[in-house]
Ligand binder design. Sequence first.
Ligand SMILES: [Zn+2]
Length: 199
Amino acid sequence: MILRSALLSSLTWLDHGFGTRHAPLSQDGMASLKQIHSAVVLDAASAGPAGEGDALVTAHGGLAVSVRTADCYPILLADARTRTVAAVHAGWRGTVARIVAATVAKMGGHPADIYAAIGPGVGVCCYEVGEDVARLFGLDAPGNVDLAAANRALLIAAGVPESNIELLNACTRCDAARFHSYRRDRDSAGRMISYICPL
Ligand SMILES: [Zn+2]
């Protein structure tokens, strides 16, 4: 089972998907990253490892860019005018580092042309953090952080129209039937692969 965004599915020039635990997609044949919880955005020119970073951008027809997650958020972006796409891995560190904004900039077009889907990740229901992390999200005590909402706000601040952003609103920790979750399963947690590809 692969989840798809209705918004991105309306763009007929691309293929995309958010992996679940029932979609053992391999990253073979896709561009991939050694993910380091950074705001480093890399251009992908071919399949295989592109280097260390947390977002991949491409405009090559037939080349899928991909990320691996299990609570962190996979975010897929598509510029409908330039047909440039990106796959982003955003946990709390990448969110604080504003990786989605860095990705929009690296895509090089007009933010108003970008469509975005924020995939399954740990929901605000399950993402309680300590004071140090809470402070980075504007809380003054330990509490629950909403990484999906934070990334949506970063996209809007970067100029992506609100109506071009879809949240899948699926919590990886709550829904053990569908998703791997690092917070739930710790070291035994698998990873889910999300990808986007200009056709
Ligand atoms: Zn939850």
